[in-house]
Design a protein around this ligand. Structure first.
Ligand code: XMP
Length: 595
């Protein structure tokens, strides 16, 4: 979709490029992310340009470089961290390795608060830094606006040309007044107003244009994204040009299919077909063990069922039927669609066959530019009930990516615990993580203790172990045992039996979360099944509650002890469940789902 006079974030590989775009959108201006080397020609209609941070040094020959001609466009530019350094170097300044690296909190002293985007800021504020290099010589026309203890050019600007740059990260919540700073920058740009309400009209027009006189066949999972996309399509194109299909994969939550049917009935939506394909999906997954293989097979199975049903219903491509999907903006990034991003996981709606259809213009994704909370705002705007809009996200491949599969245990040596009251056990399985902006596939380590005061230490270890080790990307706390038991491995794949155990475990956890009044404060609460226990055929359960905004980063949630105790007790009472853990890993280094 063409957004005129928007603010473009050029992605130099930083983790927070998404946060920057979100913060700009919060100011009521459309913002999108583009690759660092986007040409100035392509940027000429932007209202403003923001250069993101990035992990490299500008002097590294492989570091991402922008098009220097963007500084000739007469458009306001804001550089952040690496963006500041690239701006300074490109415009004739100098960057060198700082004497001291700065990570985390720093105090910023602002000398000239009347200038540029510094206006309205206090004399001193806490900012969040993450850098080794710094600007040592300012380019011509620039002046210093603020300094921190370890960085003299922490905030600089060329007022005449409207170029501003900060070494710290105004987009993260830990930076005080960060949003004011971004708002100040946005005000200097001649940007068009944007909001979800205006987006609804805009998207409606664009959808009509994109679909033309064709019709849309849409896979609906019952999750927030596909539901909002489906209702939007219905409202914009009319029910007779839209057909929904809900596929019961056999890997859904307990009573999910019944609930979805009820919710759509209540909305008066009649063009949704419900198809039980559980036997087909489970057959396809028999003896499949690799996480990415599982994702591709599930994606393909969705497509085959959709094809079969469309044939049965006589909805042919040649008669103008196209495929609709509820893909949102962060999904496209994590599948590695932008140049500088690594593939962390292949989302079920980004498999090859679909990518091919996309190239042929046969796929419509009305939400592909939106973040989750914007999708929710749009859902409310469309009149969807609150409970449906605020459901926790649930992945397309469902419980399938929460059942860890293996033929044999994967062994790794366990580091020695240096704390007397905390024991370690290296678990015989691996899970996916995201480290240094790339995919990792490493072991999980479990901590055991019966001492209350060990708690804080365990949370520290959840960060320090993956930072220090090449072997581990996930740290768990065992909630059922205080010392490591002898683990017995149970080879297995996504079978009906294992899915049923996980379905029951998931229902217990969700029930207890509701009873404890935690549903609203937890963003998502996956429950994962591991292929080992303490008895022959026994299994383990992992609790994975997280708090997040965009799912790009997430914090593991420290659940109240009594809630964990009740969940653990109820889970251990399930046939086949021997051990319960809680996942303490943030994202990064862990991902939210294990596969
Ligand atoms: P990760 O595990 O990558 O997950 O931290 C981020 C968010 O994405 C969800 N997720 C998916 N959603 N199809 C989806 O629609 C998928 O294939 C998929 N894989 C992960 C995950 O539940 C979390 O909210």
């Amino acid at each position: 979709m063409d957004h005129q006079r928007s603010i473009i974030v050029l992605d130099f590989g930083g983790q927070y490029a998404h946060l920057i775009a979100r913060r700009v959108r919060q100011c009521g201006v459309y913002s999108e992310i583009k690759d660092a080397d986007t040409s100035a020609q392509e940027l000429k209609n932007a209202a403003g340009i923001i250069l993101s941070g990035g992990p490299q040094s500008v002097y590294d020959p492989k570091s991402p470089q922008g098009d220097p001609a963007l500084f000739e466009l007469g458009i306001p530019v804001l550089g952040i961290c690496y963006g500041l350094q690239w701006m300074a170097k490109t415009l004739g300044g100098e960057v060198s390795q700082g004497e001291v690296k700065e990570y985390g909190k720093a105090k910023l002293h602002i000398g000239n608060r009347n200038l540029g985007i510094g206006s309205g800021l206090p004399k001193e504020m806490i900012v969040w830094m993450s850098h080794g290099d710094e600007v040592t010589l300012l380019p011509e026309g620039f002046e210093r606006i603020g300094t921190s203890n370890n960085c003299s050019n922490a905030f600089i600007a060329d007022i005449d040309r409207n170029f501003t740059a900060v070494q710290f990260h105004p987009e993260v919540v830990h930076t005080e007044h960060g949003q004011t700073l971004i708002e100040n920058f946005v005000k200097t740009c001649d940007a068009a107003e944007w909001s979800i309400e205006s987006y609804k009209d805009h998207i409606g027009e664009a959808l009509k244009k994109e679909v033309g006189d064709r019709k849309v066949f849409m896979l609906v999972s019952g999750g927030v994204d596909s539901t909002v996309a489906f209702v939007l399509l219905n409202q914009v194109l009319g029910e007779d040009r839209v057909q929904g299909l809900y596929i019961d994969t056999g890997m859904m939550r307990k009573d999910e299919t019944i609930q979805i049917k009820k919710a759509f009935d209540a909305l008066g939506i009649t063009n949704l077909r419900i198809e039980d394909a559980s036997a087909y999906f489970l057959k396809k997954l028999a003896e499949v063990y690799e996480p990415e293989d599982k994702r591709w097979i599930i994606g393909d199975a969705f497509l085959s069922v959709q094809k079969r049903v469309s044939e049965e219903m006589n909805l042919k491509m040649e008669d103008g039927w196209m495929l609709g999907q509820g893909t949102i903006y962060p999904d496209t990034i994590e599948t590695g669609e932008t140049k500088n991003a690594d593939t962390i996981k292949t989302h079920h709606n980004r498999i090859d066959a679909i990518q091919q259809m996309m190239k042929e213009g046969l796929v419509v994704e009305p939400l592909r530019e939106l973040y989750k909370d914007e999708v929710r705002a749009l859902g409310e705007e469309l009149g969807l009930p609150h409970d449906l809009v605020w459901r926790h996200p649930f992945p397309g491949p469902g419980l399938g990516v929460r059942i860890l599969c293996a033929q044999e245990p994967s062994r790794v040596s366990c580091p020695k615990s240096v704390l007397r009251h905390i024991a370690y056990a290296a678990l015989p399985i691996k899970s996916v993580g995201v480290q240094g902006d790339g995919r990792s596939y490493r072991h999980a380590i479990a901590l055991f203790s019966d001492e209350q005061f060990a708690d804080e230490k365990c949370w520290e270890l959840a960060t320090s172990i993956p930072n220090a080790s090449e072997d581990f990307n996930r740290v768990l706390m065992c909630t059922s045992h205080s010392t490591p038991p002898e683990f017995v491995f149970s080879p297995g794949y996504v079978s009906k039996e294992r899915t049923e155990i996980l379905r029951q475990a998931d229902a217990i956890v969700h029930n207890e979360m509701g009873v404890a009044g935690l549903y609203e404060s937890i963003w998502q609460f996956p429950v994962v099944l591991l292929p080992f226990g303490t008895s022959e055929g026994g299994l383990s359960i992992v609790l994975r509650p997280v708090e997040s905004q965009e799912a790009m980063t997430a914090n593991a949630v420290d659940l109240p002890k009594d809630v964990v105790a009740v969940m653990t007790q109820r889970l251990l009472a399930l046939e086949g469940v021997d051990v319960v853990f809680q996942d303490l890993t943030h994202k990064p280094p862990g991902t939210i789902e294990w596969e």
